[in-house]
Write a protein that binds this ligand. Structure first.
Ligand code: HEC
Ligand code: HEC
Length: 346
């Protein structure tokens, strides 16, 4: 997708008054794809350079997920879990697993950013049409920033083997599902304070998981259940944006200096109007501008077509948000965000 095409795509959605005068000031100044833009934004923010990723086990069988690989029987201590606000992965079905070394617990002192003991491992398997396509793997080998290794294992057609695919796989097993490369894992996972994204207070507050993790010895004490602020569509949108965007758009991690938009829910805040999501988007100018040099507005109450946040989640080109990991717009979520914006008091 060229810059100009991206501009036209945006103008089609009503953001830009005059498509024919498309100018480069509209687009972030680098590259032709969102991924390179993300890298440039990171560099502009002066965030660290990454060391080369540590080597990973060559096969899934060597990661410790299964005690019996052929029978797919889980190892002792591996716990299956779900998250309350899953990442949209173009409709793929997902199953997640966590392992915390025996005798160690997750540090939950900061309810917004849990920290994990060295030796923690997590896996997430992806199925399309019932078939296992990939199993993603993260392991904490030491302390950040160099302490995490990430890779996806690509399953064979006969589902008998799963081999490390550090460079990713396009259209794996003849599906439209792309397996991300290690750089993509890093881009998302190093947005957090400590490598793992979905294991935290907001995502596990489903009325049962916090207690079961504690009784299994993963947590030192049962943390207070978190309730997403608001009701109805307000609550759903805040939760969705936390799960799908808040790991990058937060005050910690790789992207904290890149942009001011914050979409992460914080434990102490229970009023929607006081969430960083509301405070950093509603009537707030963004860093990109239209052809007249007027900055886009994050969220314009009552007007999705002029709301940059809504425009970005309905794109899968240069402007796509999230910038990696998805090729298909999450239409159900986009409709909710639209109705949330329409319902905001002007
Ligand atoms: C678009 C951003 C994105 C990319 C790219 C991405 N992840 Fe994740 N990952 C997430 C989010 C968000 C979650 C938590 C929500 C969920 O699981 O639905 C997650 C969850 C996981 C989990 C479960 C443990 C946890 O952190 O919650 C594993 C394991 C994982 N990812 C591994 C990987 C690996 C390995 C790669 C690269 C091959 C990768 N991910 C690429 C965003 C991403
Ligand atoms: C992998 C990290 C990452 C994820 C995930 C992500 N973003 Fe972003 N986002 C960025 C970066 C980096 C920028 C700045 C570069 C740009 O504008 O393209 C940005 C820019 C933005 C902007 C424009 C901010 C400005 O000041 O111009 C909006 C709005 C936005 N993101 C919304 C979202 C939404 C909504 C989601 C979830 C659906 C999301 N982002 C997911 C990294 C991310």
């Amino acid at each position: 997708m060229t810059m100009r095409a991206a501009v036209v795509a945006l103008s089609g959605a009503g953001l830009i008054a005059c498509a024919s005068s498309a100018s480069t000031t509209l687009a972030p100044d680098a590259g032709g794809d969102a991924t390179s833009d993300v890298r440039d934004a990171r560099d502009a923010g002066g965030v660290r350079e990454d060391p080369p990723p540590p080597p990973v086990p060559p096969t899934l069988a060597e990661t410790g997920l299964y005690e019996d690989f052929a029978a797919k029987r889980l190892s002792k201590g591996v716990v299956a879990f779900d998250v309350r606000w899953p990442l949209w992965s173009d409709g793929a079905e997902k199953q997640r697993y966590l392992y915390v070394p025996a005798g160690k617990t997750i540090d939950i002192a900061d309810p917004d950013h849990w920290a994990f003991p060295a030796g923690t491992k997590a896996w997430k398997e992806f199925r399309v049409g019932g078939k296992l396509i990939e199993t993603r793997y993260v392991e904490k080998t030491g302390e950040p920033p160099i302490g995490w290794r990430y890779v996806a294992y690509a399953w064979s057609e006969d589902q008998a083997t799963a081999v490390a695919a550090p460079g990713g796989v396009r259209d794996a097993l003849g599906t439209t599902h792309d397996i991300p490369d290690q750089a993509a894992c890093e881009q998302c996972h190093s947005g957090t304070r400590d490598g793992i994204i979905g294991v935290g207070n907001v995502q596990l507050s489903d009325g049962k998981t916090l207690a079961s993790f504690t009784s299994l010895g993963l947590l030192p004490a049962v943390p207070a259940e978190y309730r997403v602020p608001g009701t109805g569509v307000v609550q759903e949108v805040l939760g969705y944006l936390h799960g799908n965007c808040g790991y990058c758009h937060s005050d910690v991690g790789r992207w904290s200096t890149a942009r001011g938009v914050r979409l992460r829910l914080l434990f102490a805040i229970s009023d929607p109007a006081k969430t960083p999501t509301y405070l950093t988007t509603i009537n707030v100018p963004m860093s990109h501008s239209d052809t007249d040099g007027e900055p886009f507005i994050g969220v314009v109450p009552g007007d999705p077509s002029r709301s940059h946040l809504y425009q970005r989640i309905t794109k899968r080109d240069f402007w796509a948000m999230p910038p990696v990991g998805s090729e298909v717009v999450d239409e159900v979520a986009a409709a909710k965000v639209k109705s949330w914006i329409e319902g905001l008091p002007r």
